[in-house]
Design a binder for this molecule. Structure first.
Ligand code: FE2
Length: 430
C-alpha cells in the first residue's frame, strides 16, 4: 500500500506518542503506530506535537493591519477605537482592504491558522468591505477557510441603514448573522435587535455570532436574551455570544441563573483575551477589573468556550501576530487557568472548540478528516502554549504549505551547552 504522505513519530494532543499519520487524497487515511507502508512524501515529526490547525472564530479582517490609519487610538479605549474605525471607513479602498487581508492570511498560514471567522462591518452603505472580503474569501479558499459574519458595528437599529445593509450582505454571500446589542441606544433596542437578528438567522438557516455585552456594565444582560431567543427558535449549537465581558462584573447570584440558561439553550461563548485585558476596566482606578468573561465557570458547566484573536494591528489593538498560541497564552493567564488540565484545555480553546462552534466539516485527527495538520516544536499542548512553539510544518489537504526553522540558539559560554532549545526541557510532571 502506498500513501501520498506519512507523518512519522508524532505526539498527538490527546497524549498518544509514537503515532504515524497517513494521508491519501487530502484526507487522513490512518492514525496508528508504525504504519508499514510507502509514501510519496515522509515527514519525520521527531516526537513533536502534531495537531489539527488553529482556528480563530473571532476576528475583524476588514480592519486588520490598518494601524495608524488615519491616526492612532490615543486613549486606547474601545469607544475611541469604534470612532477611529468610523473615520477610516469612508477612506477605505477595496484594493487596500484586499491587500491587507491577504497579507494577514499569509501571516495566519505561517502560524498554522487555517480557519478564520471574520466579522465584516456592514454599516458602510457601499458594502465595500463586504465585497472586498468576499473576494479575499474566494482567493484564499485553496489554503485558508474564511467565514464572514455580517456585523452592524454602529448598531443594527442605531445605524440608519444597517437593517437593510445586513440583509444585502447576507444576499451577497456573507454566511453568519452578527449583532452588537450593547451598542444600541437602549437596553430595549438591544434586546429587540437580538430578537430580530436571531429570527433572521432562523429564517435563512444561518448561524449567529454576536458581539454581546462587550462592556464592564454588570447590568448589560443581552446574553440572557440571546440564550432565550436561541432556545425559542431552536438554534441550539448554532449561536455564539462573543466577548460577554459584562459577565466578569455581574452579580454571582444572577450568573448562577444565567449559565444554566446558556446550557439549556446550547449557546457557545467566545472570549478574546488579548483584547479584553486591554480594553476592559478602562474606567476603573484600582482595583482594576480584568474584564474577561467567566471562562472556567462556563467550561465547568459544559458550555463551549473558545478564545478568539479579535484584532491585529488595527484601531483597537496595536499588537497581535495571527498566533493563536499567543491568544491561548493570554487567556490562560487572565483566566488563571493553571491546572494541568486547564492548560491543556487552553490549546483546545484555539483548535477543536472553535472548529465545533463554526461547524467546520472534516476537522480533526480522525480517519476521514481533512489532512490539515500542524507540526509544532513542542512535546505537548502545554509546552506549545508555554513557548508559543514554532510551527515547523503546516499542511493543508495533505500538502505542505508553510515551513519554519526550529527555534534554537547557539551559546558561546564556557561550560554550558553549545545549543539551547527551550522545547528540550522536560517538565517533571505529566
Ligand atoms: Fe470583535
Amino acid at each position: 500500500m502506498s500513501f501520498d504522505l506519512i507523518i512519522r513519530n508524532a505526539t498527538l494532543p490527546d497524549g498518544r506518542t509514537g503515532i504515524d499519520l497517513a494521508v491519501t487524497s487530502g484526507r487522513i487515511a490512518a492514525v496508528e503506530p508504525g504504519i508499514a507502508a510507502e509514501a510519496a512524501m515522509v515527514i519525520d515529526a521527531g516526537g513533536h506535537l502534531v495537531s489539527p490547525p488553529f482556528v480563530d472564530c473571532h476576528f475583524h479582517m476588514d480592519a486588520t493591519l490598518s494601524l495608524g490609519l488615519p491616526r492612532l487610538n490615543r486613549s486606547g479605549t474601545l469607544l475611541e477605537g469604534i470612532a477611529l474605525w468610523g473615520e477610516l471607513k469612508p477612506l477605505l479602498t477595496a484594493e487596500a482592504v484586499i491587500a491587507r487581508a491577504l497579507r494577514y492570511c499569509d501571516l495566519a498560514v505561517a502560524q498554522g491558522l487555517l480557519a478564520v471567522r471574520s466579522h465584516v462591518d456592514i454599516c458602510d452603505d457601499r458594502l465595500l468591505a463586504v465585497d472586498a472580503l468576499l473576494e479575499v474569501k474566494r482567493r484564499v479558499a485553496p489554503y485558508l477557510h474564511l467565514e464572514l459574519v455580517a456585523f452592524p458595528q454602529d448598531g443594527y437599529y442605531r445605524s440608519p441603514s444597517a437593517v437593510e445593509n445586513l440583509r444585502r450582505a447576507l444576499d451577497r454571500g456573507v454566511e453568519v448573522v452578527g449583532g452588537i446589542p450593547h451598542f444600541e441606544r437602549s437596553m430595549g433596542d438591544g434586546a429587540a435587535s437580538v430578537r430580530a437578528l436571531c429570527e433572521l438567522a432562523a429564517a435563512r438557516g444561518l448561524r449567529v455570532d454576536m458581539h454581546c455585552d462587550e462592556t464592564d456594565d454588570p447590568l448589560s444582560r443581552h446574553i440572557e436574551t440571546l440564550a432565550y431567543e436561541t432556545q425559542r427558535l431552536g438554534l441550539a449549537g448554532r449561536v455564539a455570544g462573543s466577548h460577554l465581558t459584562s459577565m466578569h462584573s455581574m452579580d454571582n447570584y444572577y450568573v448562577s441563573k444565567l449559565l444554566p440558561l446558556m446550557v439549556e439553550a446550547g449557546v457557545a461563548a467566545i472570549a478574546n483575551p488579548l483584547i479584553n485585558i486591554v480594553l476592559q476596566g478602562r474606567h476603573d482606578t484600582y482595583p482594576k477589573r480584568r474584564g474577561m468573561t467567566r471562562v472556567a465557570e462556563m467550561r465547568a458547566m459544559g458550555i463551549d468556550v473558545a478564545f478568539g484573536q479579535d484584532c491585529t494591528m488595527d484601531p483597537w489593538y496595536s499588537l497581535g501576530s495571527a498566533d493563536m498560541l499567543d491568544v491561548a497564552h493570554m487567556g490562560l493567564h487572565v483566566g488563571q487557568l493553571t491546572s494541568r488540565d486547564a492548560m491543556r484545555w487552553c490549546f483546545e480553546a484555539v483548535t477543536t472548540i472553535p472548529a465545533r462552534i463554526m461547524g467546520l466539516d472534516g476537522y480533526g485527527l480522525e480517519v476521514g478528516c481533512h489532512a490539515d495538520l500542524v507540526v509544532l516544536q513542542a512535546a505537548d499542548p502545554i509546552e506549545a502554549v508555554r513557548l508559543r512553539a514554532a510551527r515547523l510544518c503546516v499542511i493543508r489537504r495533505g500538502r505542505v504549505i508553510a515551513e519554519s526553522e526550529p527555534r534554537r540558539t547557539t551559546l558561546a559560554i564556557e561550560g554550558r551547552p553549545a545549543v539551547v532549545d527551550a522545547s528540550s526541557y522536560a517538565p517533571p510532571v505529566g
